[in-house]
Design a protein. Sequence first.
Length: 219
Amino acid sequence: MIRAVVFDVGECLVDETREYGTWADWLGVPRHTFVAQFGAVVAQGRDYRETFQVFRPGFDLDEQRAARAAAGQPEWFGEGDLYPDVRPALAGLRAAGLWLGIAGNQTVRAGRILRGLFEDDVDLIGTSDDWGAGKPEAGFFRRVAEATPFEVGETLYVGDRLDNDIRPAAAAGMLTALVRRGPWGWIQQHDPAAAAATFRIDSLGELPVRIAEFNAAAR
């Protein structure tokens, strides 16, 4: 049975469209040009950070994050950047008695933002910077498992990426839900590996019913 649900952050809970645009602005390139190159990099199975190298060779993402913050333009997201199904889904899952967590590849700063947005809604908020381990490393998912008060096979990890979310979470022994949205969600949807996800969904709003049905069948 599923007793815990843990969510990825970017393109699962948070729509990163605006943030991609601010990076294009920082680089001084048209937003549609940046997004087109970003999609090409993702479609080729490369690290998304290679996108920045196209426009500025030698680009260091950590250094530029610090430079943006120093210039008064830090990376940021807020309530308006959440996908509209997030709050109803969390409420529905909480009402069903499920333990909830958020864990993703995020900075310490992003972790503080997440706690401001979700501290009263979930039981765990963890980031790669907090833990010193990032997806798809096995160490990241071990930290998730250690922080969850149930067996690893009773945890559902929800994400938009096969490479960073679904495959490594499954390798750690978790059940998985692949949400089709964001660059990876759409580009990777026809990959045969997508069929291995426990659930394939188009909205987080599907989760309360899908989990209830899964648990009823498991009884």
